[in-house]
Design a protein around this ligand. Structure first.
Ligand code: ADE
Length: 250
C-alpha cells in the first residue's frame, strides 16, 4: 500500500487531522514530530511543516527519505492577492513560485538557479482529487460552521480557485507589498510561506504534490487582524474535513 503524507501549516489543522486517525504513533526526526497511522484505510504520516521555506524543505525531505511517502498533500492558509480571491475562498495550487528568489542579474528574477525555471507544477491527478474534496467541503460549509460564523467572515459564497501560488519568507501584511507582488506576478492567486519549497523538493524526488490553502486575509494592511481570527474560527475546520473527503475518494 502507498503511504500518503498529510502536512499541515498550523497546530489547529494538525489536531483536526489527528482526530481522524484512530491509531497514530509519534516519531521525532530532525526535531519534528511525525505521526504514523491510518485514515480512511490509507497509510498516513501527518506532520507540521514548520513556517517558512527552509522548515518546509526539511520536512518534505524527511517525509520522502525517512518515511518513504509516495504522495504529499498540504493544507494551510494564505493571503489572497488576485482580485476576487477573498477571505474564506480556497486556492488549490496548479503551479508554485518563490517570489523572494532573486539571483539577478546572473539569472532572471524568480528563476531557481540550476533548474532553468521559476515555476514548479502540482501533480495533476492528486490536484483534481483535492479540488473535488475542497468543493464538497465548501458546499457543506454552512452546516459545519453555522450561520453566525459564516456571516461574521462574509462567507456567503466561497469559491475554489486554481492557479499560481507564490511563497516567500515573509508574512505579507502591507497593501504596498501586496501591490508590488501583484505587479511582478499578475497571475499569482495567493501568497504563503511554504508551498513552493515543497514543490521544489517534490520535483527533485519525483513525488506527487497537491496543496490547498484557505484564504485567511488579503495580504494587506488589515492582514495581521484578520489572520489570527480566521485561524481560530474557520481554518482548522476546513482542513480536517478536506483531508477526510480526499482520502474517502476511491
Ligand atoms: N499566510 C496567510 N496569510 C499570509 C500572508 N499575508 N503572507 C504570507 N503568508 C500568509
Amino acid at each position: 500500500m502507498t503511504t500518503i503524507a498529510i502536512v499541515s501549516a498550523l497546530h489547529e489543522e494538525l489536531a483536526a487531522v489527528l482526530d481522524l486517525m484512530p491509531d497514530e504513533q509519534q516519531q521525532v526526526v530532525g526535531g519534528r514530530t511525525f505521526w504514523r497511522g491510518h485514515l480512511q484505510g490509507h497509510d498516513v504520516v501527518a506532520v507540521l511543516s514548520g513556517i517558512g521555506k527552509v522548515a518546509a524543505a526539511t520536512t518534505a525531505a524527511v517525509l520522502i527519505e525517512r518515511f518513504g511517502v509516495q504522495r504529499i498533500v498540504f493544507t494551510g492558509v494564505a493571503g489572497g492577492l488576485a482580485p476576487g480571491v477573498n477571505v474564506g475562498d480556497v486556492v488549490v495550487a496548479r503551479h508554485f513560485l518563490q517570489h523572494d528568489m532573486d539571483a539577478s542579474p546572473i539569472f532572471p528574477r524568480h528563476e531557481v538557479p540550476g533548474y532553468g525555471r521559476s515555476r514548479f507544477d502540482a501533480d495533476a491527478m492528486l490536484t483534481a482529487q483535492l479540488v473535488r474534496a475542497s468543493e464538497q467541503v465548501m458546499r457543506e460549509l454552512p452546516s459545519r460552521l453555522g450561520a453566525e460564523v459564516m456571516r461574521a467572515f462574509g462567507l456567503e459564497a466561497p469559491r475554489c480557485h486554481q492557479g499560481l501560488l507564490i511563497s516567500g519568507d515573509r508574512f505579507v501584511s502591507t497593501t504596498a507589498e501586496s501591490l508590488a507582488l501583484r505587479d511582478a506576478l499578475p497571475d499569482a492567486l495567493a501568497v504563503e510561506m511554504e508551498g513552493a519549497a515543497f514543490a521544489q523538493v517534490c520535483h527533485d524526488y519525483g513525488v506527487p504534490l497537491a496543496v490547498v490553502r484557505t484564504i485567511s486575509d488579503r495580504a494587506d494592511d488589515a492582514a495581521h487582524v484578520d489572520f489570527p481570527r480566521f485561524l481560530r474560527e474557520v481554518a482548522s475546520r476546513y482542513s480536517g474535513a478536506v483531508i477526510d473527503a480526499l482520502l474517502a475518494q476511491r
